[in-house]
Design a protein around this ligand. Structure first.
Ligand code: IVH
Length: 702
């Protein structure tokens, strides 16, 4: 927006601009708070407010009755207090068909061991399509409510939740834990949603897109009376921190929540049979259209809470639960164009640009085409009429082409042989194991490819990596374009360079003093990143969050990690074996790490980055008073009381490290019947050798 500088602004112009700003700001407030769909960046929004304030300061007699500066709360527009969840709010793994669920149950039996006489029972319940919330009760009184946020930290929305009738202010009965965090889903039912839209239409306003987004927007209102007017509802289905355990199964826990005054879902059952689980899934799907609220699948949860504890978690989801999504909704539209997107590791993903079409209540204008083979197999061409589908939050897909509608002049799609961004050759790597060509085509430009470099940076600052507030995709792209952030290190020198630059960031379009300062503060706050996040942030191929955590847990510092990988890359066999010995890290990840640190430019960039940041060692939350904390353990032979996987999880819980082979770095060998060469080696090395019972005894004493 090209606005006149203040000294040049005439009174008439100021009046017109204030009127315009009041409308604009109110429109953006609505989009942000009521619809949860911001139309501009936070920085641009701040800029509008600052401009408004500056004009008002110069022409105080022009201040409007409905000026944004007069609205209470509006100045803390982004302002909810943060709440750190004592127990993280996890997400769920997804299954899309019966086989995925059979595999899930199978994983359970493999984990606990088929011969150990354990019968696994699962609960089956609808997956409510709303937003989750955590409600803390102290001595039976509602004390605080929070959104999920990123799972670790959410926002304090207590005042708004107090307006929801289905959330008890006081618990019924008296046998609840002193501190109890109840978790569940806030949603809006179909009747209330329709009524809200009817009223919005009547008032000539914009209508709301779907109940889920509206519920999300409604709990994030700064004005609680708006939340109160929305008649939100709540189903309780889980819990977080509790001062005393209150149940031994999911069914029992949910029954208690019901007794204490929460609404729980009546379609919940528990069964020990896969067939019965799937049958109930189909039953719930049949009921879907008549429930009166949105659900997008079912959730299966292991019923027994002790067994859950034993089965544990992967990065951010429990192993003991899974969502089974309903099949996708479909629609027909025209595929206008096929674009090729370049990912941070050079992977080229074709994307279909579609004539916008509504699929299951959401407007879809892009769909993934996965890869070149997929396009060839389905013979998808520009100009085709296609069937698209979307399921849940999954990226929409092109299912097939309607050949009868194909234009007569259409041509098959030819995948480019050179990167459209940097002109480097496009290759399909061959898999060293199978010798087959990889399905993914890649740009070979590396960081010389502008798009790969930008994507790397976007990944680096993203939520699961360094998580720098205010430095999103748009800002990274803009800073890159300007040459201000080209490499990781530039992020951390931005402030210092800005002080010497003209104009300063604060004076630029879309920025202001406040937003520039916020950005610099957010960057400062990440100078001591968690080691695992930093490793993940580097965007090394095959090193996802989980692998990064394993590496961070295994190495005490970034330097120790880097040295080990560089040594391995220099054919140091022991270093290679040590890396491969980390349970959960395979050859592909190790090869990729060695390739990454084998590249001088990468090492250079990492070194420069480390001049600016000091990663914090990974803190694995374990009972540190255990005798085995920090010890390296190897299991060999057969175990009778538990499976190998469970033994590993258990050892890690008390702070031990489990590796696959015996070396002088091993502390304890747990040997079951049938132990052979590892036992021999351990004896030679004089290691502590225990049988299964002795080991369990040792771990139990903590
Ligand atoms: S259990 C550790 N049960 O789905 C498991 N989640 O995709 C915690 N959701 O964030 C979740 N209905 O918002 C659970 N019956 C249900 C649910 C449910 C909806 C949501 C919840 C969660 C998301 C995960």
């Amino acid at each position: 927006m090209a606005s006149k500088s203040l000294p040049q602004l005439s009174k008439a112009e100021a009046k017109a601009e204030l009127e315009h700003l009041a409308k604009e700001i109110s429109r953006h407030d609505e989009a942000y708070h009521a619809k949860d769909r911001p139309l501009i960046s936070d920085a641009q929004y701040d800029e509008l407010r600052q401009r408004n304030q500056a004009i008002e300061a110069k022409f105080p007699d022009l201040i409007l009755d409905n000026s944004p500066s007069k609205k209470v709360g509006a100045t803390i527009a982004k302002g909810f207090e943060k709440v750190r969840h004592r127990v993280p709010m996890l997400s769920l793994g997804n299954g899309f068909n019966d086989q995925d669920i059979a595999d899930f149950v199978d994983r359970g039996y493999r984990f606990f061991g088929r011969d150990k006489g354990i019968n696994l029972k699962f609960t089956v319940e609808p997956k409510i399509d709303g937003i989750s919330a955590s409600l803390r009760y102290e001595n039976g009184v509602f004390a605080q409510g929070a959104t999920r946020g990123d799972g670790t930290t959410g926002e304090d929305i207590t005042a708004n939740l107090k307006t929801i009738k289905e959330i008890p202010q006081k618990l019924r009965g008296n046998n609840w834990p002193q501190t109890l965090e109840v978790r569940g889903e806030i949603y809006m039912d179909h009747a209330d949603f329709a009524e809200l839209n009817r009223r919005a239409k009547e008032m000539g306003g914009q209508t709301y897109v779907n109940p889920r987004n509206t519920a999300a927007g409604s709990v994030r209102q700064l004005n609680s009376s708006i939340t109160a007017s929305r008649n939100l509802k709540f189903f309780a289905y889980a819990w977080g921190y509790v001062s005393e355990p209150f149940a031994s199964t999911q069914m029992e826990a949910v029954a208690k929540l019901g007794e204490w005054g929460f609404k729980t879902n009546p379609l919940t059952i528990a069964t020990g049979e896969l067939e019965a689980m799937l049958e109930h899934y189909r039953y719930i799907e049949e009921q879907r259209s008549s429930l009166g609220y949105d659900i997008d699948g079912v959730v299966y949860k292991l019923d027994d809470l002790d067994l859950r504890e034993r089965w544990g978690f992967v990065a951010r989801a429990p192993r003991w639960a899974i969502a089974h999504k309903f099949s996708a909704e479909q629609a027909t539209t025209i595929l206008k164009k096929i674009d090729i997107q370049v990912g941070r590791t050079g992977a080229l993903t074709p994307v279909a640009r579609l004539q916008p079409v509504t699929v299951g209540g959401v407007v879809v204008s892009n769909a993934t085409l996965h890869n070149g083979d997929e396009i060839a197999k389905k013979d998808i061409r520009e100009g085709d009429s296609v069937i698209v589908q979307r399921a849940g939050d999954v990226i929409p897909q092109v299912v097939k082409v309607i050949l009868q509608k194909r234009p007569s002049d259409s041509k098959p799609f030819v995948f480019p042989e050179k990167c459209l961004v940097c002109d480097a050759p496009v290759v399909r790597e061959s898999n060293p194991k199978t010798g087959k060509n990889d399905i993914v085509r890649r740009c070979t430009g590396g960081l010389n490819c502008k798009e790969q470099a930008v994507q790397q940076l976007k990944h680096f600052v993203s939520r699961r990596a360094l998580d720098i507030d205010g430095l999103g995709d748009k800002q990274i792209a803009a800073f890159f374009e300007e040459g201000k952030i080209l490499r990781w290190v530039d992020i951390f020198t931005l402030k210092q360079r800005d002080q010497a630059s003209n104009p300063r960031l604060a004076k630029k379009d879309g920025w202001g003093e406040q937003s520039a300062n916020n950005l610099f503060e957010a960057i400062e706050a990440r100078r001591q990143p968690d080691l695992d996040r930093l490793i993940f942030a580097l965007g090394i191929r095959h090193v996802g969050e989980n692998t990064a955590q394993l590496l961070a847990r295994n190495f005490s510092s970034f330097t120790a990690f880097e040295d080990a990988v560089i040594a391995a890359g220099n054919s140091d066999i022991e270093a290679q074996e040590n890396l491969l010995a980390i349970d959960g890290i395979g050859e592909i990840a190790v090869a990729s790490l060695m390739a990454f640190f084998g590249d001088e430019e990468n090492r250079n960039q990492v070194d420069q980055l480390l001049d600016q940041v000091q990663p914090k060692p990974y803190v694995f939350e374990v009972e540190t008073d255990s005798e085995v904390a920090g010890k390296t353990v190897v299991f060999t032979g057969s175990l009778e009381k538990m499976t190998r996987s469970e033994a590993k999880v258990m050892a890690e819980r008390v702070g031990a490290k489990v590796v696959g082979s015996v070396s002088k770095n091993t502390d304890i060998l747990v040997a079951g019947p049938g132990a052979g060469s590892k036992l021999k080696k351990a004896n030679e090395l004089g290691l502590l050798v225990l049988d299964e019972d002795q080991w369990l005894e040792l771990v139990k004493t903590v």
